[in-house]
Write a protein that binds this ligand. Structure first.
Ligand SMILES: Cc1cc2nc3c(=O)[nH]c(=O)nc-3n(C[C@H](O)[C@H](O)[C@H](O)COP(=O)(O)OP(=O)(O)OC[C@H]3O[C@@H](n4cnc5c(N)ncnc54)[C@H](O)[C@@H]3O)c2cc1C
Length: 316
């Protein structure tokens, strides 16, 4: 898209062109609204070879799924795609008062381009952060995993580990046990006696030692090396990463964050509007549960809500 066309005002700017953003853009495009989708090409599941559990697309590589969705959205004449990173956004006072017509936002990209829109969608996903263990990050999405519904089937029957990240890891370990023999790696953290009894009663082994490194030919895992020198054979390690959210963009708008189960998430109402009127959020950044199906459904809801809000007399 040539740089000069970006100055035009559109009905909606969607920041993030993955499961949530493209699903919203599709609804808006089908309602014949002008939409600009800004995306810098880093969807959360880009580390995984295949995406599982998605309606009619089980096992398709995630980037292929996103490319196919983008192609469909791009076919609508009112949609433009903008490659780049949205750095900041702000409400622009256009002098029309506080009514629907007065809502206007300006989005600045990292290369200096700007876009104006009546509605904004933050479909920006989240970034995973990991414990600092040698060999963990390069195995992410292959043999270091987080979601058993996404990857458990492929690892079924193998020796599985769960890296403790606090009290919720007991639940995680009992769940993972459904897919194969499981060890909870406490990594030096304490475990209450009743929790230990509960785990053992359900056949989950407990390893108290600190984990020093992951071993095996990348990206596979064959063992974890423990601080006391022992090596524990394992073929997949489940972790519960904390997540980060794109703070600069969110802060520039003044959207409220709340504590979610995995880290901060955007506060939204039942129509996916954030604490800032006219700014919506969908997908991992604004949903309690994280997977491609939830993110897509969330995007549909946001897109429809945004459209309603653009219709005088119908929206908020
Ligand atoms: C390793 C791994 C494997 C997974 N496997 C599965 C699976 O098998 N099945 C499943 O259902 N789910 C899976 N998930 C979960 C799934 O990836 C997420 O739930 C889903 O990607 C969320 O979609 P989203 O649109 O909210 O965010 P994302 O897919 O993360 O997309 C966000 C998009 O916004 C862009 N973006 C962010 N900030 C900006 C900005 N400021 N400017 C421009 N662009 C920006 C990013 O580049 C990205 O393209 C997996 C996750 C991981 C980490």
């Amino acid at each position: 898209m040539p740089i000069e066309t970006l100055d035009a005002s559109v009905d909606a700017v969607v920041i993030g062109g993955s499961f949530a953003g493209l699903s919203a853009a599709l609804q808006l495009a089908r309602a014949r609204r002008t939409v600009a989708v800004i995306d810098d090409g880093a969807p959360r599941n880009r580390f995984a070879a295949r995406s599982h559990g998605f309606f009619a697309q089980d096992g398709t590589p995630p980037l292929q799924l996103i490319a196919a969705a983008r192609e469909r959205v791009q076919a609508y004449p009112t949609v433009q795609f903008v490659s780049g990173r949205a750095l900041r956004a702000r409400r622009v006072d256009d002098g029309n008062g506080d009514g629907d017509g007065g809502r206007q936002f300006s989005v600045s990209l990292d290369d200096g381009r700007t876009l104006a829109a009546r509605r904004l969608l933050l479909a920006i996903g989240v970034q995973d952060t990991f414990p600092d263990i040698d060999g963990l990050a390069p195995r992410w999405g292959a043999s270091v995993l987080h979601c058993p519904y996404c990857h458990g089937y492929e690892e079924a029957g193998r020796r599985l580990g769960v890296l403790s990240a606090g009290p919720a890891s007991v639940h995680h370990a009992l769940l993972i046990k459904e897919w194969g023999p499981t060890t909870l790696l406490l990594n030096g953290q304490p475990l209450a006696d009743d929790e230990a009894r509960r785990l053992r009663a359900h056949g989950v082994a407990i390893e108290p030692a600190v984990v020093q490194a992951l071993e095996g030919p990348l990206p596979r895992l064959s063992a974890v090396r423990l601080a006391d020198g022992r090596s524990l054979p394992l073929e997949a390690l489940f972790v519960a990463p904390r997540v980060r959210i794109g703070h600069e963009l969110v802060d520039s708008l003044g959207c409220e964050l709340i504590d979610g189960p995995f880290g901060p998430m955007l506060r939204v109402d039942e129509l996916k509007q954030t604490s800032v009127p006219g700014v919506y959020a969908a997908g991992d950044a604004a949903h309690l549960r994280h997977n491609a199906t939830f993110a897509s459904a969330d995007g549909v809801l946001a897109g429809v809500s945004m459209h309603h809000s653009l219709i005088a007399g119908l929206g908020a």
